[in-house]
Design a protein around this ligand. Sequence first.
Ligand SMILES: [Zn+2]
Length: 318
Amino acid sequence: MRFFTFLFCGFISLSIYAKHSDIERFTVYSNVHGVSISTIGKHKVNSFWIEGEDGVIVIDTQWLLSDADIVLNHIADTVSQPITDILITHPHTDHFGGIQAFIDASPRKPIVHAGFDTARSIQHDEQGFLSSRKKQFTDNITSAVTIDHVLDDDQSFQIQGIEFNTITFRGNEAVATTLFYIASHDALFTGDMVNNDTMPIFYQGNIDGWIEQLEALKDRFPAETILFPGHGKPGRANELISRQLDVLKTYRNSIAASLFEHGTVNVTAMAQDIIARHPEYRQTAGIASVNAVVEQNILWILEDWRVKTSSASDLEGF
Ligand SMILES: [Zn+2]
C-alpha cells in the first residue's frame, strides 16, 4: 500500500481553471482528483479518479464523449498510468454516457464495475434514458455499455491495492445507487444520492425512502468522512448529507402541509417558495431552469403519492 497524503485542511483544495469557468478541478488527497464539467445548461457533472499502484480508477464518466475527453486530459496531467478500472454509481446517462471515450483511450479495455441494478438498467436501457439521449446527443454519447464486474449490495473488493466497499440503496434519486467507500482514505463516493448545491430530481424516487436512507447514511459515517457527490463540490459527509436532507424535507413538508390544509398544491407558488428557501441550488439534468425542475419535482412527488393533479408530469430521460 502506498502512502496517501491528505490535502484536506478545513476546506477542499480547489483550483478553478481560469480559461474555462465551466470546469472545476478538485484535489482532495494526493492521489484522488476530480473534475466538474458543465457544458449543457448549468448542469455540472463530476468525474473522479484515483491513482492506484499500477493504474487509474475512474468513478463516473460524464454525460458526453466530448466532456469525457476533457476529463482524460486532466487525468493525463496528473498521472501517466493507464485507466484500468471504471466504477459507475447509478444508471443515469450523465454518469455513464462518456464511458466509451475512457475505453477507447486505454491500451487495454478497463474493467467496468457497477451494482446489480445499475448493470441491469444500463445494459438493457430499461428506462429508455440512453435511447432518448442518443436522439439528443447523437454520436456524442456512448451507444451501449457492458458491465464486466457486477457488484453485490454490500461487498468489498480490491483494485490496484485499494479496498473499495459498496453500499447500495434502492429508490432514491435513481432506481438504485451504489456508493463506493474507501476506508483507507475515509472517502465516500455517493453518486446523486447526495449532491452539493444541486436540485434533487424525484423522477424515479420515493422521497420518504430517500430521506430514511440519508438518515441511515449520516449515522453510519463520522463527521470527518469526505463525501464526493455526483454534482457539486466535495465536502464533509455530515454537512453535505444534512443539506441534502434539508432540501428533501422542504419538499416533503411543504407538499404534505398544503395537502392537509387545502387538499391541493399550488405548484407555481410552492416552487417559488422552495427556490426562495434554497436560493443556491442549481438546475439539474439539462432541464431549462431551476423553476422548471422544482415544479416538475412537485408533480413527481404528487404522482408518487397517488394524488390526482390536473397537470401531467413529463420527462424525456436522464
Ligand atoms: Zn447526475
